[in-house]
Design a protein around this ligand. Structure first.
Ligand code: PLP
Length: 470
């Protein structure tokens, strides 16, 4: 069964669990002739629902504001909006996207400390009043454009903890400068009501949160001392989301809870929010890529200098072979995460090949750039052109920053969810409504689903047909 989510996006509802391999194989079996080789994602919206449940159970006091930048697919946003999540937006376009889902402006924080003026004007027009700042010039800009905005001071947290991506080199007011900045805000008559931080994306040491919460308390007190009504703490993002994360969400949640109990106990009535991005989406997406070309080279060459392998030619009879595989997505596409997000990816072979001999191999993207290498050295059985590889944990900071450099198409995404999980968020529709939705493609054959305005559906009481006035 399929359910239409809006925005040209359909979810396949599965009556029982299927493995990723099975799902990819099923998709391949029902593809049209033209797109048989194109790379594609499978996106498990049920995984996002499970993540939300885990969040509510482990951090019930903290309201998540999903960081849209991490993966802005309409299906992801719609699912999270339906779950009651709020949103962290970084630009006008992100705010627009979220508002279009029917989310109230009070469920959005404009969490970009350095904002384009027109974006601030747009926030004012749409009543998105919560926004972050970390410097004096931004305060003057806000004074001119949105003087009654509700401001959150982003503080620079201690940086000695291991993270996948540092953010402190770009944002965050050093704690020693916070008092001065708060005084400037006071002088301008602005409304500062909270403190935020971001420990860095992909936090690998829970103590980073403890240290940052402790620093936030001090800055919070400075705000109170200056007469601001401080009521909000925003603990940012950084929570792990991939199955292979070096630290679990549970471990981080335990440390966060403890630190909040010490510095911002429930009795303080401070509202605590967070801006998780990768936590919600990383493990939900798997990317399937097709081997479009293959070269065999001498293994010595492969192991000595991966960048020069190609020029060293085929192996002689006495040399062991190594294989270079070219696949149809790369670092200019979804694997931009290797460069921008400092990600590590793992390739799996779709076909069962456990007993086959492994060879040193490298995996390359489809563009003409030598930089476009996904994995320099992995052990794989010998594979052929046309075979499929898949990469799990590909939902965060992948498709949202992909380009179509060299004219390479971006992978489509097929969404699915297991019935029971799905219906906890999107209850099964009454029969009549299901019939109406099923009727749409027949009525508008040849048209994109996006052409249809769902609000124009009218239901006829005798239960026989649906009328669409387009
Ligand atoms: N909030 C802000 C302001 C960010 O810049 C980011 C990521 O860059 C996030 C939240 C999301 O971080 P993560 O995906 O690590 O949870």
């Amino acid at each position: 069964m399929k359910q239409y989510l809006g925005n040209n996006c359909t979810v396949e509802i599965l009556p029982f669990e299927k493995s990723k391999q099975r799902l990819i194989t099923d998709k391949l079996e029902c593809r049209g002739l033209e797109d048989t080789e194109d790379a594609f994602f499978i996106g498990d919206l049920g995984d996002i629902i499970h993540k939300h449940k885990a969040w509510v159970s482990l951090l019930p006091r903290i309201q998540p504001f999903y960081a849209v930048k991490c993966n802005d697919s309409p299906a992801v946003l719609k699912t999270l909006a339906e779950l009651g999540t709020s949103f962290d937006c970084a630009s006008k376009a992100e705010i627009e996207k979220v508002l279009k889902l029917g989310v109230a402006p009070s469920r959005i924080i404009f969490a970009n400390p350095c904002k384009q003026a027109s974006f601030i004007r747009y926030a004012r027009k749409t009543h998105v009043s919560m926004m972050t700042f970390d410097n004096e010039a931004e305060l003057h800009k806000i004074k001119n454009l949105y003087p009654d905005a509700k401001l959150v001071l982003r503080v620079l947290p201690p940086s000695e903890f291991k993270v996948q991506c540092e953010l402190g080199i770009k944002f965050g007011c050093h704690p020693k400068d916070c008092y001065h900045l708060l005084k400037v805000a006071k002088g301008l008559g602005l409304n500062v009501f909270g403190v935020s931080f971001h420990v860095g994306s992909g936090c690998e040491d829970a103590r980073a949160f403890e240290a940052a919460i402790s620093v936030s308390r001090k800055v919070f007190d400075q705000g109170l001392e200056l007469g601001f009504k401080m009521t909000l703490l925003d603990i940012g993002g950084g929570f792990p989301g991939q199955q292979s994360a070096p630290i679990s969400f549970r471990e981080i949640a335990a440390v966060v809870k403890q630190a909040l109990a010490e510095h911002f106990p429930e009795e303080s009535r401070v509202r605590v929010i967070a801006e998780p991005g990768r936590y919600f989406v990383a493990s939900a997406f798997t990317l399937a890529v097709n081997i479009i070309a293959k070269r065999v080279v001498a293994r010595e060459a492969e192991t000595s200098s991966p960048g020069q392998v190609a020029s060293l030619g085929e192996p002689t009879k006495d040399q062991e072979p190594a294989y270079m595989y070219y696949v149809n997505d790369g670092v200019y596409g979804s694997f931009n995460c290797l460069l921008y997000d400092h990600a590590h990816v793992t390739a799996s072979v779709l076909q069962d090949c456990e007993d086959e001999q492994p060879f040193t191999s490298s995996i390359w993207g489809p563009t003409c750039d030598g930089l476009d290498c996904i994995l320099q050295k992995v052990l794989l059985p010998e594979l052929n052109i046309g075979q499929w590889l898949y990469f799990e944990d590909m939902g965060a900071y992948t498709m949202c920053a992909a380009s179509s450099f060299n004219g390479m198409p971006k992978p489509r995404c097929h969404y699915y969810a297991q019935t029971e999980t799905w219906h906890t968020v999107f209850p099964a529709k009454p029969k009549k409504l299901e019939r109406c939705i099923c009727a749409i493609p027949q009525m508008k054959a040849g048209h994109e689903c996006g052409d249809l305005d769902m609000s124009k559906l009218t239901y006829i009481p005798d239960d026989t047909c649906t009328k669409v006035d387009l």
